[in-house]
Structure formats: structure tokens, C-alpha cells
Write a protein of this length. Structure first.
Length: 446
């Protein structure tokens, strides 16, 4: 209890004691001590009830009254109540100002913001941008069912995903030529935040970029074919002094051809929303093919180890998965010095499986790992040119894995090597046929 409240309490008790003692003395003087004491005690009780009535009036009046001057516990209670009211009103005013500021900020956003009740999926609030993007109007659409109001958008199944729902790209309900990106953000127990963004321009720019890369790559094929043809027609034995130049021209033209092929492959993968054809991918033959490719690229300069402990197959595109795995194996061979070790392992990883390609090469600094799968991103430009890489291999791997709902995990330590792991979920696992397993073991021991 604070000192001033304790002082007021003792003063009230002291005053009560003085009143009762005075009443007793007066009663003795007039000859009716108990009667006078009872009357005074009832008066004290009545006075306290009257003060309690005033306090209740202050609490229910919803008005601010200045606390009366005076001492005693009731005056102190009045002052404390008044101070609590002032502080509460100040907090409410600040909260209202913050709420207005947040609503003004949400209203000013270029994205549509819709607050949705989680249980009923009814609209609780939306900002002004929701009108041109989603066609919502205030106050008619407040408390309206979201799925019914935004027809024909495919929202029913998407909302069922809750916090696990991925971003949904869909045409606007007002204009089919406008593409919206919808995100569902649970921000409380009972409320969701639906964010709709106009991504039409971004998709157009992305399509223009893909078309440009594809068109340029196609156009480069013809002059490269001509250059290859003329280089093959030249009798290099007749011009021995030009032999180094011819060799360099052939090497660079082949590198350019590989770059064009990689660009076309990447453009095709980016334009694919889903896999064109899916089948059971027998991993035992794939691993043995990767082993033969690694041995051919290495030409005896590395130790190649292949391990298959998962004993299952994958479901997806055989061609695309082999391309991704082959890219990882060729990178491992290219960036590992002679005498190093290349490991190819197909193993269980949690509820899924993973194909890991490890090497004992140069390693990748940690600062480069977040960007290593970007197009043309190079950790070391000179080393990439020496190895003949195009800078597109990991970008291709990433897009192929995305089409298979898989992910690429990269761990590396400078001077000790790198590990590239392709993780596949349980939905991509298929039981392996006994014939494939026996064939794989036979080829591995061949």
C-alpha cells in the first residue's frame, strides 16, 4: 500500500475511534450510553454507504468528475479512481489513434487487404484497393461470405489449406486480363488476412524475358551451325601454324552451343507450370548412368563412389531428373582437383529421400550460397571459364526440382568440398521392383 493511502486509512480509523469514544462519553453523561453509541454507529455506517453510493455513481456515469478535496480513505479512493479514469482514457485515445493510423496505412496500400473470419469465412473489413481489384464495396460486402462474393475465383479449396496455403495466381473477378496473386496470412486465432496483388505487369515482363531469351537462343543456333560447318571443312593439317587458333575456335564455339542449349532448356522449364509427362523413374539404372558419366568426365582423375541405400524409385520425369542429377555430377567433377573424391548417394531423409552429390573440391564461401542457383552467377569467373561451365546448370537443377515439388539443399566448406542434396517428399517415392534392384546391383559390381 502506498504511503499516502496508508496515511488516509489510519486517519479514517482514528476519526472513527474519536467519534465512537465521543458518543460513549455523551451517552454516559445523559444516562443512555448504549443507545447513543448504537445511534452514532448507525450514522457512521449510513455515511459510509452514502460514500459508496457516490463512488458507484462516478463509475457508472461515464463522466469525469474532479475528485473532492479532503482527507480520509474515501477521498483517497476518489482520487485513485479519477487517476485510473484519466490514464484509461489516455490509453484508449492512443489506441484509437494507432488504429486509425493502421487503417489509413492499410487503406493506402496498393494491394487489396481483406480481413476474413476463420470459422465462418465471412468478410470483416477491407481496404479501398479491394474495390478495383476484387470488386468489394462498403458496406454491402461487410459480413458477406468471401467465397460467394469473389466468384468465380477458386477459393473454397484454397482456403481449406489455411496457413499452409501457397500463393495463388488467378484472374481477377472483374477483369480476366488482370492476374492477381493471393496470399492467406493467419494473424490471430480467429482472423485471416487475404492479400491480393496485381502481378499482371510482372508476369508480362517475365514472359517477355523468356520469349527474348528463347528467340535469341534460336537465332544463335544458325550462325553457330555455320561456324561449326566451316571449321569442320578446314583441313587443319595443311595449316599447322593455325592449329592452336582452330582448336580455340572450336572449343569456344562448342561452349557457345552449350550455352544456347542451356538457355533454351531453362526457358522451357520456366514456361512449364507442371511436368508434361510423369512416370516411375527407376533409380538403380539412373545411378549407374551417373556413375558412367562421372567416370567418363573424370578420365581417371578422381575416385567415384556410388551408394544406393534408399532402395526405392521416384515418380516424375525421367529425362528432367537425369538432366538435374547429371548437372550436379558434372559440376562436382569440374570443380574438384585431380586426386579428389566424388560421392553420389541415394538415401532416406526423414519421411522422404535425397540424392546427394558431394565432392572434395574447392568449396563455396558461405556468402555465395544464397545466390548460387541464380542464372550466370559465378563464385569464381576465371575458374568457371577454365572448367567450361555456362553458369546455368544450378538454375536448371532448381527449376527441375521445383517442378517435382522438391528442393535443393547446399552445404559447403571452403577447402573441404561441397554437398548438393536433392530432397524429395514422400509423395514422390515409389516401391522399387525386384528386377530393377538386381540389375542395379549387377551393374554396380560390373
Amino acid at each position: 500500500m502506498p504511503p499516502h493511502a496508508r496515511t488516509a486509512w489510519f486517519r479514517t480509523l482514528g476519526l472513527l475511534f474519536v467519534v465512537l469514544v465521543g458518543a460513549a462519553v455523551l451517552g454516559i453523561v445523559i444516562g443512555y450510553p448504549w443507545q447513543v453509541l448504537a445511534i452514532v454507529a448507525l450514522g457512521v455506517v449510513g455515511w459510509h454507504y452514502w460514500r459508496l453510493h457516490r463512488v458507484l455513481g462516478r463509475l457508472t456515469a461515464r463522466q469525469r468528475y474532479a475528485p473532492p478535496d479532503g482527507i480520509g480513505v474515501w477521498n483517497e479512493l476518489d482520487r485513485l479512481l479519477h487517476r485510473g479514469q484519466v490514464e484509461m482514457r489516455g490509453r484508449k485515445r492512443r489506441l484509437v489513434e494507432m488504429l486509425r493510423a493502421y487503417r489509413a496505412a492499410a487503406a493506402a496500400l496498393p494491394d487489396a487487404i481483406v480481413v476474413v473470419d476463420r470459422n465462418s469465412q465471412r468478410i470483416q473489413w477491407f481496404n479501398e484497393t479491394s474495390t478495383p481489384l476484387l470488386g468489394l464495396h462498403y458496406p454491402d460486402d461487410i459480413d458477406a461470405p468471401l467465397v460467394q462474393r469473389l466468384q468465380p475465383l477458386p477459393l473454397a479449396h484454397w482456403l481449406a489449406g489455411g496457413r499452409n496455403a501457397e500463393a495463388l495466381e488467378t484472374p481477377s473477378p472483374l477483369n480476366s486480363s488482370t492476374t492477381l496473386s493471393l496470399r492467406l496470412i493467419p494473424y490471430s486465432e480467429n482472423l485471416w488476412l487475404l492479400v491480393a496483388r496485381d502481378v499482371t505487369r510482372l508476369l508480362q515482363l517475365e514472359q517477355m524475358r523468356r520469349d527474348f531469351v528463347a528467340n535469341v537462343s534460336h537465332e544463335l543456333r544458325t550462325p553457330l551451325t555455320v561456324i561449326h560447318g566451316y571449321l569442320d571443312m578446314i583441313e587443319q593439317e595443311d595449316l599447322p601454324e593455325w592449329q592452336p587458333m582452330f582448336n580455340e575456335m572450336q572449343r569456344q564455339s562448342q561452349r557457345m552451343t552449350q550455352l544456347v542449349e542451356d538457355l533454351l532448356t531453362l526457358s522451357r522449364l520456366e514456361s512449364q507450370g507442371t511436368l508434361s509427362a510423369e512416370e516411375t523413374v527407376a533409380m538403380a539404372p539412373v545411378l549407374n548412368t551417373l556413375r558412367r558419366e562421372a567416370i567418363a568426365l573424370s578420365q581417371g582423375r578422381h575416385r567415384i563412389n556410388v551408394e544406393d541405400s534408399a532402395t526405392v524409385d521416384l515418380f516424375g520425369s525421367n529425362k528432367e531428373l537425369h538432366s538435374a542429377f547429371s548437372n550436379l555430377v558434372s559440376n562436382a567433377v569440374r570443380y574438384t582437383p585431380a586426386g579428389g573424391e566424388i560421392g553420389i548417394r541415394f538415401l532416406r531423409a526423414g519421411r522422404g529421400v535425397a540424392l546427394e552429390v558431394s565432392d572434395s573440391g574447392y568449396g563455396i564461401p558461405a556468402a555465395h550460397l544464397p545466390r548460387i542457383t541464380e542464372r550466370f552467377y559465378r563464385v569464381s569467373t576465371s575458374r568457371s571459364r577454365e572448367s567450361g561451365g555456362t553458369g546455368l546448370g544450378l538454375a536448371i537443377v532448381k527449376h527441375i526440382l521445383n517442378l517435382h515439388q522438391a528442393r535443393l539443399e547446399i552445404t559447403s566448406e571452403v577447402g573441404r568440398g561441397s554437398t548438393f542434396a536433392c530432397h524429395f517428399g514422400s509423395e514422390r517415392i515409389r516401391p522399387r521392383d525386384a528386377g530393377d534392384a538386381d540389375t542395379g546391383r549387377a551393374e554396380a559390381h560390373a
